[in-house]
Design a protein around this ligand. Structure first.
Ligand SMILES: N[C@@H](CCC(=O)N[C@@H](CS)C(=O)NCC(=O)O)C(=O)O
Length: 199
């Protein structure tokens, strides 16, 4: 059995998808959470100087989605065919693109609010409507079983809802999907016990 060590900051952010997959699959791992005050001194020792990183049997892997995809393959969460795999990948990348538009580091409060308003008033509805329509009467984004794209949606939903409460109110299928993921017993248990952080 491999030994896994995930290092990220003490928040959900880009570490949470890996944590969901670990939880879903019941894979033991070390959940190392760096405090921001310690980051400056730790950063030079981290390849590429960014978190998360995951150590697997001594090999250090960076990039949150590469880490998550690797774990999703192990957990059987990538889809049942090449076409399902690429569909799940595309949904993950699409959601990730949206998270990259969020002005996390903008210091000017008024400007930050304007940017977030623009995102949720103008850009999110286009994305959400396509995802909502794509779900049709299906239980999951891809095929007939849960994939890492569904888990990522739950994480994105939680984060987006902090930025704009009720942002998905007009999308009942997407809201149901979020609930369906949250009701997976292993995910529900993780959400109950994880450290409480804003993002
Ligand atoms: N594309 C990378 C982005 C990694 C990244 O930017 N991480 C941020 C935290 S979310 C970080 O390490 N910030 C600290 C720094 O850049 O010094 C990934 O998805 O892992």
């Amino acid at each position: 059995m491999c030994s896994y060590k995930l290092t990220y900051f003490n928040m959900r952010g880009r570490g949470e998808l890996a944590r969901y997959i670990f939880a879903y699959a019941g894979i033991p791992y070390e959940d190392i959470r760096i405090e921001w005050k310690d980051w400056k001194s730790i950063k030079p020792s981290i390849p590429f100087g960014k978190l998360p990183v995951m150590e697997v049997d001594g090999l250090t892997i960076n990039q949150s989605l590469s880490i998550a995809r690797y774990l999703a393959r192990i957990a059987g969460l990538t889809g049942k065919s090449r076409l399902e795999e690429v569909t799940a990948d595309a949904i993950v990348d699409t959601l990730n693109d949206f998270t990259l538009l969020i002005p996390w580091n903008e210091q000017d409060k008024a400007l930050k609010k304007n940017m977030i308003d623009d995102l949720f008033d103008n850009q999110a509805p286009v994305l959400l409507q396509i995802l909502e329509d794509g779900l049709k009467d299906k239980q999951w984004f891809v095929g007939d079983s849960v994939t890492w794209a569904d888990l990522y949606w739950h994480i994105c939903f939680t984060t987006f809802n902090v930025l704009r409460e009720g942002f998905a109110d007009l999308y009942p299928r997407l809201k149901s999907l979020k609930d369906r993921v949250g009701n997976i017993p292993e995910i529900a248990e993780w959400i109950k016990k994880r450290p409480s952080t804003e993002f």
